[in-house]
Design a protein around this ligand. Structure first.
Ligand SMILES: NC(=O)c1ccc[n+]([C@@H]2O[C@H](COP(=O)([O-])OP(=O)(O)OC[C@H]3O[C@@H](n4cnc5c(N)ncnc54)[C@H](O)[C@@H]3O)[C@@H](O)[C@H]2O)c1
Length: 253
């Protein structure tokens, strides 16, 4: 009940239920964190806020498009003003634009890279000064196994997620002396709304992917949230610049 006691944490993309941001928020709340939840989906976010308040959690809810640089600064400033510092950032918000390479438009490419990679760069850049002021902190960047292995129809998504991985390592070494840790998390196939979208867009390919998981099933969002919790908490005090794969063995072979 106290693995995140009084830790001040921002989680982006927290509105989607079932979703990895939502599950992370719930797990952090169970462990005593003070929460800043952001998303572009204010209807979903209001429902999450209601649930958190009923649990007795302290929560600040903010609309945030993660590609907006100025909004990042406003979210960080509001967090420090409300709770007095910043300990944890989970760069979770993301979208999946999944197509064969020759079908990608420039607009698809720009959107995928902006939402899944540039946003994470902005979040790290804006969060680090506030974390330094707080005496250190932990950034958890949501990457994917798609950033580690080639798969059909995930080229630009995979490029963005591979970028998140190396960005996380660079932040880790640049700010190790400041007490700021930064790690990437690499989920496999997890049952969330993003998978529902992928299933709708490419039902045959999606069904095929599912059969490749050695565990014989997709993962539950809570199984990823437990790993975010570990990396965010002081239990991971010597872990930085690492990648944690959570995929039921999908890319182990
Ligand atoms: N579910 C999986 O199988 C899986 C696997 C690997 C990685 N991931 C990654 O995990 C993260 C969360 O995915 P999920 O499965 O929970 O998806 P999801 O679609 O359930 O949730 C994503 C959330 O991000 C929000 N969002 C989208 N664009 C945004 C923007 N521009 N600004 C702010 N918020 C925005 C959405 O409103 C939504 O609430 C993503 O980065 C995704 O790429 C998911």
């Amino acid at each position: 009940m106290s693995r995140m006691l009084n830790k001040i944490a921002i989680i982006t993309g927290a509105a989607s239920n079932p979703g990895l941001g939502y599950s992370t928020v719930m797990r952090f709340a169970q462990e005593g964190a003070k929460l800043v939840i952001t998303d572009i989906d204010m209807v979903g976010l209001a429902a999450v806020e209601k649930e958190l308040t009923a649990m007795g959690a302290e929560v600040l809810t903010m609309e945030q498009n993660v590609v907006d640089e100025q909004r990042w600064q406003e979210v960080i400033d509001a967090t420090v003003e409300r709770f007095g510092g910043l300990d944890v950032l989970v760069n979770n918000a993301g979208i999946a634009v999944l197509k064969p390479i020759n079908e990608y438009t420039q607009a698809d490419y720009n959107m995928q890279m902006d939402v899944n990679l540039r946003s994470v760069f902005l979040g790290c850049q804006k969060a680090v000064p506030a974390m330094k002021d707080s005496g250190g902190g932990s950034i958890v960047n949501m990457s994917s196994v798609a950033g580690m292995r080639a798969m059909a129809a995930v080229s630009v998504y995979g490029m963005a997620k591979a970028g998140v991985q190396i960005l996380s390592k660079c932040v880790a070494i640049e700010h190790a002396a400041d007490g700021v840790r930064c790690n990437s998390l690499h989920p496999g196939l997890i049952e969330t709304n993003i998978q529902n979208d992928a299933r709708r867009d490419n039902p045959e390919g999606h069904a095929q992917l599912g059969t490749m998981v050695p565990f014989g099933r997709m993962g539950y969002p809570e199984e990823v949230a437990n790993c975010v919790l570990f990396l965010a908490s002081d239990e991971a005090s010597y872990v930085t610049g690492a990648e944690l794969v959570v995929d039921g063995g999908l890319i182990a072979g």
